[in-house]
Design a protein around this ligand. Structure first.
Ligand SMILES: [Zn+2]
Length: 284
């Protein structure tokens, strides 16, 4: 079956996961390769089987090179230990309905699927390029769409789990789309995340050398006072190649002094620390 046909069938079976991002009413029908609400706001599937639910054009902060570097790095297992920790907090992974917020090029959902996350999965990102890559590489793992939580196309109380891995949050919206008893699992970098790279690139710039996630953590705990907090940290060995992918992927390197960056590229780090804070909360 063609991807666009498979996605059309999927939409027919899972219409309740979505809503019209224009008027927030439910989608009522899937006809051909389009979905529409009662007011006839219509959204079309792409040939790759992805659904574009953005009202305006997406931003292009992440270009294609950055996205493929992230995929290459993910393929080496760079994120696996932190994803293993995320997986451990998902109840009934074989059945859960999961929304991956800011899924990027889809590597995280792909790995979690291989581990056994085999229910209904939707990955979305504001970047069209990211979603095209995700559907290109990991079509089978999820339904992929371009969307923005500010004009949310997701249905009320439709999801068991929200994954919020290194991506922005919208707590009010999380609350609306989660089923009662559903969980938000948020992953934020902790102060030692990529500390070696930070020291290499910003040795003389104290404001950039140090990073503090306290504000983000506090904001989460304000929204969810009963949240559970878990620290995960590990060291990843790097090759010359994976170091280059890391440099291309991380926003840390984008604003570094070009001379310092050039020097760093000639002296790849042998290893780097991945340290993150997991925040888990349950909707009452
Ligand atoms: Zn509508």
């Amino acid at each position: 079956m063609k991807k666009i046909e498979a996605s059309s069938l999927y939409l027919k079976g899972h219409l309740g996961l979505f809503q019209c991002p224009v008027c927030q009413k439910p989608f009522e029908k899937v006809e051909g390769h389009s979905v529409s609400c009662a007011a006839n706001h219509q959204f079309d599937l792409s040939k790759k089987g992805t659904l574009h639910l953005l009202l305006k054009g997406g931003q292009n902060e992440y270009d294609k090179d950055m996205l493929s570097s992230r995929k290459n790095l993910a393929d080496t297992g760079f994120f696996h230990p932190l994803l293993d920790a995320v997986y451990a907090h998902i109840e009934s992974p074989e059945h859960a309905t999961v929304l991956d917020v800011g899924c990027g090029e889809g590597s995280h959902l792909h790995y979690l699927s291989q581990k056994g996350l085999n229910g209904t999965k939707v990955g979305f990102d504001i970047s069209k390029d990211a979603i095209q890559l995700a559907a290109g590489h990991f079509f089978e793992d999820a339904f992929w769409c371009v969307a923005d939580l500010a004009h949310s196309p997701f249905g009320k109380e439709a999801f068991d789990v929200i994954l919020n891995i290194f991506s922005p949050s919208h707590y009010q919206e999380f609350e609306r789309v989660l089923k009662p008893g559903g969980r938000v699992i948020k992953v934020v970098p902790s102060p030692r995340y990529l500390i070696e790279l930070r020291e290499q690139l910003y040795a003389t710039d104290a404001t950039k050398k140090e990073y503090d996630n306290q504000q983000v953590v506090d904001r989460f705990l304000q929204s969810y006072p009963d949240a559970v907090k878990e620290e995960v940290a590990y060291t990843v060995k790097l090759t010359k190649e994976s170091y280059r992918w890391l440099m291309e992927m991380t926003p840390l390197s984008w604003n570094a002094d070009p001379e310092v960056k050039e020097k760093a590229m000639a002296n790849p780090l042998p290893s780097v620390t991945v340290a993150v804070t997991l925040l888990i909360s349950e909707k009452k």
